[in-house]
Design a protein around this ligand. Structure first.
Ligand code: FEO
Length: 397
């Protein structure tokens, strides 16, 4: 990738990773990603973040292309290696650069990259650093998604650098978020997979940003937001306490019994005007499941009994849902067993992070029969009732 000017001697100098398909050996990246770094040329030269170590040559080539011979400050907003991994190489080429970080980030950079103490300039929350005509202001934003992260505000340009916050795993040649529908999906996936467990922290950070004049938001993954209200509004919605009249229904079926129950429930909920997002876990991109959890009012888990417990793939999905801590209000279960099981106990134990009310489940023996379909109708009725009572469905809708 070549560098591109964002505005007034501020350049995007990072790298696009078109081919990456897995992050942290866990998260699918259907659209690749980018590791954005930004260079500000003023009387002093500042580099905001570095890139993943696999892309350090791109960063150095972009800096060379701009004729950069000296970097005064390397602002390290977040110690995770996709932004910090190339710092040792940058310091090798630009030995005068001071690594600007908060105390916690400094400690993590020392642990992860063995950077020496004398390389650091430690900054505090709301502290300013003059670059000459313009100054950087630092805004600590812990837990988006690590404890050390901070944002950097360039007041003279109304430009906010946010590292992971507001990012999207999206490899695109667009410098800006032009295709908002596509960026919205990628940013929501990113929020669901990485930021959602820290929803309450992000609520606080958004409140703090509320009165800041912002014209551009420059995250460290995905395109830059030249219409910041687009992403700020989306985040306000995602982190709010409001859920939608939606049921996420994920399940596995081994011999068709749980499948039949899932199909029946999908149609019973649809008949009641509830949006259903079904996921047969044998065919599911786990990222799609995470996105659906952002807004849903109810989670329905379906599993046959396997060795007395949940099917391992259901166990994995429940573990993820619990770890991601969606704001979902209700949880229930449906499934079939042959001779005995403790699936409900396991489900309760594994969802202890979720602030949900358990709706009585439907657990049947063998293939579903007429009386079992009546139970499923009852479960759909209960979900509708709870959605109405908790105002998820407004005004008797
Ligand atoms: Fe993009 Fe948390 O690193």
């Amino acid at each position: 990738m070549t560098s591109r000017e964002v505005k007034n001697n501020i350049y995007s100098v990072g790298a696009i990773d078109w081919d990456r398909r897995l992050f942290d050996e866990l998260i699918p990246l259907p659209d690749g990603t980018s590791y954005n770094a930004y260079l500000i040329k003023d009387e002093k030269v500042a580099l905001i973040d570095a890139v993943d170590p696999t892309k350090e040559k791109d960063l150095l080539s972009n800096l060379k292309g701009l004729g950069i011979e000296k970097i005064d400050y390397l602002i390290s907003q977040h110690a995770e290696q996709d932004h910090s991994g190339a710092i040792p190489k940058v310091l090798e080429v630009y030995p005068e650069a001071k690594v600007v970080a908060n105390e916690k980030c400094k400690g993590m950079l020392k642990d992860l990259l063995s950077l020496p103490e004398e390389k650091f300039l430690v900054i505090g929350d709301e502290e300013k650093l003059s670059l000459g005509k313009r100054s950087l202001e630092f805004i600590f934003a812990p837990w988006v998604h690590w404890p050390e992260t901070f944002l950097t505000y360039l007041r003279e340009e109304k430009l906010l650098f946010t590292c992971d916050l507001f990012g999207s795993h999206l490899a695109t040649s667009d410098l800006y978020a032009i295709d908002e529908a596509k960026v919205y999906e990628a940013a929501k996936r990113y929020y669901a997979e990485i930021m959602m467990p820290f929803r309450s922290h992000i609520q606080r950070h958004l409140a703090r940003l509320h009165n800041l004049p912002i014209e551009i938001i420059a995250p460290s993954h995905g395109p830059i937001y030249h219409r910041p209200n687009f992403i700020l509004g989306a985040y306000q919605d995602w982190v709010s306490d409001e859920v939608k009249n939606e049921v996420v229904l994920f399940y596995i079926s081994m011999h068709g019994s749980t499948q039949k129950m899932a199909e029946y429930l999908i149609s019973a909920l649809m008949r009641r005007g509830i949006k259903v997002l079904p996921f047969n876990l044998t065919k599911t991109d786990i990222g799609e499941l995470a996105i659906s959890l952002v807004d849903c009012g109810t989670i329905l888990v379906g599993s046959p009994a396997v060795l007395g417990g949940l099917h391992p793939q259901v166990l994995y999905a429940v573990y993820l849902a619990n770890a991601l801590r969606p704001k979902t209000k209700f949880l229930s279960f449906f499934g079939s067993y042959g001779w005995g099981c403790r699936v409900l106990d396991i489900l309760k134990e594994m969802t202890n992070n979720l602030k949900v009310e358990m709706i009585p489940p439907v657990l049947i023996k063998g293939y579903p029969k007429e009386k079992d379909f009546s139970l499923l109708e009852g479960l759909a009725d209960e979900i509708l009732k709870r959605h109405r009572e908790s105002q998820i469905i407004k005004c008797g809708g």
